[in-house]
Write a protein that binds this ligand. Structure first.
Ligand code: ADP
Ligand code: MG
Length: 238
């Protein structure tokens, strides 16, 4: 696991500046929740960290290593999206281990890895099913399993629970929290659910229009918002 630093990171699509000098120092093992209105640049920020887009300025570091020019495959970052794009024709087991297989991990090691992850996520009985035979919550667990099995330095979550119903969202939130406590992973988690943000985060980053408004503990965000936007965002119904 590792710290993650964004130093004056900028991103423009053509003439449009989507992220403007973002500075974030995320500590090793920290659970950072990134919130902000639709279109403010949250997914773009995750894509820059994952290397799916390249920044137009600034530096991104994992630990002391500058990763701007490191290929996504060599960043050891795992991402979980809201549309958990599992491979429909593969079993759960295969979905989880496929990435290891193409990287040349031996069958024996893959079996061990999938067994560990399945136990952790309580999906052992599901390993031989196809994605179509799973509920939404089960699919999300498998998607997390696929991310976990890579033993990443950093996890990125982009609104992972937003397609689930309210009850399941609460259950999964609890699961994710437990998982973080157990693994001590460094996490950047995007949501627009305030309760999710307040309960999961060690610190919350509030963004608006590609500008970071506040980066602080949930308590300080709640009790001492920097400006009206932060106050309004946290206080508004989700
Ligand atoms: P969020 O995840 O906070 O809803 P995004 O990061 O997806 O916001 O998008 C931020 C802004 O960047 C939006 O205005 C969006 O239209 C724009 N954008 C995102 N990706 C691209 C792209 N590949 N090309 C051009 N504009 C983009
Ligand atoms: Mg988004």
């Amino acid at each position: 696991m590792a710290s993650l630093t964004l130093d004056k990171v900028r991103k423009a699509f053509g003439p449009v500046e989507v992220l403007k000098e973002i500075n974030l120092a995320i500590e090793d093992g920290e659970f950072l929740v990134l919130v902000g209105p639709s279109g403010c640049g949250k997914s773009t920020l995750l894509n820059l960290i994952a290397g799916l887009e390249s920044s137009t300025g600034g530096e991104i570091r994992i630990g002391d290593r500058v990763i701007n020019d490191v290929h996504p495959k060599d960043r050891n970052i795992a991402m979980v999206f809201q549309s958990y794009a599992l491979y429909p024709n593969m079993t759960v087991r295969k979905n989880i281990t496929f990435g290891l297989e193409i990287r040349g991990v031996s069958a024996q090691e893959r079996d061990k890895a999938v067994a560990d992850v399945a136990k952790l996520l309580q999906i052992e009985p599901l390993l031989d099913r196809k994605p179509s035979q799973l509920s939404g919550g089960q699919r999300q667990r498998v998607a997390m399993g696929r991310a976990l099995v890579r033993d990443p330095d950093i996890f990125l979550f982009d609104e992972p629970l937003s397609n689930l119903d309210a009850k399941l969202r609460v259950d999964m939130r609890t699961e994710i929290k437990k998982l973080h406590q157990r693994l001590g992973s460094t996490i950047v988690y995007v949501t627009h659910d305030q309760i999710e943000a307040m309960t999961l985060a060690s610190r919350i980053a509030v963004m608006k229009g590609g500008i970071l408004q506040q980066f602080d503990t949930p308590q300080n965000i709640y009790e001492r918002p920097n400006n009206m936007f932060v106050a309004g965002f946290i206080g508004s119904p989700s």
